[in-house]
Ligand binder design. Sequence first.
Ligand SMILES: Cc1cc2nc3c(=O)[nH]c(=O)nc-3n(C[C@H](O)[C@H](O)[C@H](O)COP(=O)(O)OP(=O)(O)OC[C@H]3O[C@@H](n4cnc5c(N)ncnc54)[C@H](O)[C@@H]3O)c2cc1C
Length: 402
Amino acid sequence: MDVDAEVDVAIVGAGPAGTSTALHLARFCPALAGSTILIERSAHPRSKLCGGGLVNDVDVLLHNLGLDVGDVPHADAAWANLHYQGRGLRMRLGDIAFHVVRRADLDAWLASRVRDCGIRIRENTLVTNIERTAEGVILETSTGRIRARAVVGADGSKGMVRRMIPGEERRPVARLVEVVTPPRPPKGLTVDDALFEFRNISEGIQGYSWSFPMRTDGELMRNWGIYDSRLVGTSETGSLVNYLKEELARHGLDIADYRVEGHPIRLFMPGAELSTERIILAGDSAGADPLLGEGISLAIGYGELAARALVDGFSSGDLAFAGYTRSVHRSPMGRSLRRRHLAARMIYGLRSSFPQRLIWWRIKPLLRTFIRRGVFSWAVPTVHSKSVSFPPSGPLQPVQGV
Ligand SMILES: Cc1cc2nc3c(=O)[nH]c(=O)nc-3n(C[C@H](O)[C@H](O)[C@H](O)COP(=O)(O)OP(=O)(O)OC[C@H]3O[C@@H](n4cnc5c(N)ncnc54)[C@H](O)[C@@H]3O)c2cc1C
């Protein structure tokens, strides 16, 4: 079959999962990174619907790559307030609760760092079809046909690469909607407080509504939204927008004054396969956090694991990636994801208000410790290790036409 370009690795999607995979490849194995291409349907900076909350694990993961997230314009949420019906737990992870970025800024910054490493990003290129052949994987794109020896599906929750993995369509899909408003904080909180309000669990929402400070073009604003994991069966709820409307009204805002946008998130499931021959998934495509819908730190974490799997696969000549799912599950990130899955099933399965009050009002020290140590803080700081010399078994495929 005629192709326009031939590469060792094609990464579909240049969000945090795709750029992290590329950046980790550049660190672990520059030669393999040199025959890697990222394919992105839009062009950076591109907008992406997201609360933009970056937890402490993002700092650690990027620091391991020699990057400082402080270089991206951001606001800091000084405290996170986890409430049920207006009261609950106040906590932070270190000096602050988390950073808040605009995704257009974060993703464009990561893409620039990828280009700094000499890795090509082919933007404005939509992957429309994927086919596995004896020689590799053929990607049909809007700008030509690419053959890759291995493909990373980092194309997000609505992506197409994951459809190559048998059984993956059974994973739950959470729904989210959000609005951006002027910076007025929720009642009783300050401008740099973040709020997570879990009151709607009792009405069948398997999640929470949020309010984060954020910065847009240097100006302080607020991001409000609602997350419904739909993990425990299907939520018997109506429009998410109505719940968000009620939450905004409680804080003196009228949703009609703002633009409401929604997007799904594909969730992590402990039993789900994340790879098949020549193909591995990373980021939302593999599954985000079922408890909080958090996915940026995980996308970056998946990128590291995907890069390790690629280096191992190309070094051994075995591109079946049979051990990738297990390596994700056994990693500190995978263990955190399994705990989050369990916690989400327990908390969102208990609809009556008595257990919810117990969780958010009474067992605060336990909850705080679980969130600090069981949910977050899984990323391990590393001293920069030497890169792998590659390949031990033969010359690289030439990279053409990219
Ligand atoms: C409303 C909302 C609020 C959120 N808030 C937070 C939060 O505060 N903190 C947090 O950590 N997480 C949050 N998340 C989750 C977070 O946005 C995701 O987990 C994160 O974006 C996953 O990164 P990714 O790289 O896997 O996917 P994406 O960021 O979705 O990137 C995928 C990329 O692939 C490209 N692509 C897709 N299909 C193709 C194709 N066929 N061909 C070429 N390119 C393609 C897309 O254009 C995109 O650039 C939120 C999500 C939503 C919807």
